[in-house]
Design a binder for this molecule. Structure first.
Ligand code: SF4
Ligand code: SF4
Length: 65
């Protein structure tokens, strides 16, 4: 399985849309931007909904065997 991770960059304008939309409520408001927590189920909703494209996705190359 590929390990996909979503994260929020400094371009976040703290609109809060992602936090409201997240099905597991794992996005919290930080000092300068919103932050994705460990309970993320990688649904991609925040990635799709962010109006400024501040949510990014990266793929881990951690496949073993
Ligand atoms: S990918 Fe889904 S579960 Fe993870 S932070 Fe975004 S909205 Fe929440
Ligand atoms: S939707 Fe985008 S701009 Fe709005 S709080 Fe989330 S990451 Fe920040």
């Amino acid at each position: 399985m590929s390990g996909i991770e979503f994260y929020i960059t400094h371009t976040c304008i703290k609109c809060g849309a992602c936090a409201i939309d997240c099905p597991v409520s794992c996005i919290i408001e930080g000092d300068t931007q919103f932050v994705i927590g460990e309970d993320c189920i990688r649904c991609g909703d925040c990635y799709s909904i962010c109006p400024v494209g501040a949510v990014k996705m990266r793929v881990h190359q951690d496949i073993k065997g």
